[in-house]
Design a binder for this molecule. Structure first.
Ligand code: PAP
Length: 348
């Protein structure tokens, strides 16, 4: 059976002093990997940011905007420090592929006997008051990195399959991956990075961002290799790696959520299905509901640790990229995707 997961990250809200202490700890991690990073190939990516190629994928280095989260050093530290248990569950994805939604669903499924869902009273369930990112922290953020013994049994990562900390593979714990159409990922990513930006002079045009994304040098890129790594793993180890698809989740949430619950070891009982538990969880984790809960600004900017919660809820639609990309851009991304996924059963 799985270890019980705790209420939420105790690090969701921090004071200025705590933030300073955490930055100091992250600085120490950056220092720890300084020599290793200095040997890596480097390229310019978007927003005046250099990215470093590590084990086939690109990452920013050191502190960038909201801290050193997701940096190449953060990946290295997770690789060295994470000790996964066989009962753990890791939710994996390329950025902007449906991570927040998957976090909410997995958390709601796994804690459903502990927390009552009461959409009317708006008070009882953690997902009605805090972000899915506070319920399920990333291993390559300071929530975990400054406190490596912190592990609540349900964690998330953007690290590609081949770079996962060895204990995640060796312990035999479960991994759920969510993939999404690269065109929608790109448009979502572009909005997200420009939204992070306080300084308009460093915002990136769609055209420039497109060149970077399609050539694979955006952070965690190339997206296609990211997806393929987990897809292959899901074929080789189907009992340990579940491969989900954002578009399928939108099309048939009921079926996908039941599958997810089964894979996680928390299948819905007949009674739960008959009494609408699946639909209740889908509604709790719906875009509209989560966006409402994560509206600005409950916590105040001074104390929030990372990106503001609302940034993770833009439109939540399939195919929105058509409203932004030129015909040529669509053709380019479709061609790369077709070639890369050739012979693989990856629906997009
Ligand atoms: P992350 O990698 O930074 O954690 P991630 O959650 O993977 O981000 O992706 C964000 C996308 O998921 C956004 O897509 P959009 O820009 O095309 O709108 C966001 O709106 C969408 N999203 C977030 N929550 C949900 C949800 N509950 N249902 C469907 N889509 C969602």
């Amino acid at each position: 059976m799985f270890s019980p997961i705790v209420f939420h990250s105790p690090l969701a809200i921090i004071t200025k002093d705590e933030k300073k202490a955490r930055n100091a700890k992250m600085a120490a991690i950056i220092e720890r990997y300084k020599d290793k990073v200095s040997t890596l190939p480097k390229q310019e990516s978007w927003m005046n940011m250099d990215v470093y190629k590590y084990q086939g994928f690109w990452y920013h280095q050191g502190f960038w905007y909201h801290g050193a989260n997701f940096s190449v050093e953060a990946v290295m530290a997770a690789q060295d420090d994470l000790k996964a248990k066989p009962t753990d569950v890791f939710l994996a994805s390329h950025p902007k592929s449906g991570t927040t939604w998957l976090k909410a669903l997995a958390y709601a499924i796994m804690t459903r006997t502990k927390f009552k869902i009461d959409l009317a009273s708006n008070l009882t369930h953690p997902l009605l008051t805090i972000s899915p990112h506070d319920c399920v922290p990333f291993i390559e953020t300071d929530s975990f990195l400054i406190n490596p013994s912190y592990n609540n049994g349900l964690m998330a990562t953007h690290i590609p399959y081949n770079s996962l900390p060895e204990s995640i593979i060796n312990s035999g714990c479960r991994i759920v991956y969510v993939c999404r159409n690269p065109k929608d990922v790109f448009v979502s990513f572009w909005h997200f990075i420009n939204g992070l930006n306080d300084d308009a002079s460093t915002s990136v045009s769609l055209k420039d961002a497109f060149e970077i994304f399609s050539s694979g040098i955006s952070p965690h890129g190339p997206i296609w290799d990211h997806v393929i790594g987990y897809h292959k793993a899901s074929l080789e180890r189907p009992d340990k790696v579940l491969f989900l698809n954002y578009e399928e989740m939108q099309k048939d949430a009921n079926n996908e959520v039941k599958n997810l619950a089964k894979f996680l070891g928390y299948p819905f009982t007949e009674e739960e299905e008959a009494t609408g538990k699946v639909e209740e969880i889908i509604k709790l984790c719906s875009f509209d509901n989560l966006r409402e809960v994560n509206k600005p600004n409950k916590d105040g900017d001074e104390t929030s640790t990372v990106v503001s919660d609302e940034a993770f809820f833009r439109k939540g639609k399939v195919g929105d990229s058509i409203n932004y990309l030129t015909t040529e851009m669509i053709q380019i991304l479709d061609k790369i995707t077709k070639e890369k996924y050739d012979g693989l059963d990856i629906s997009i």
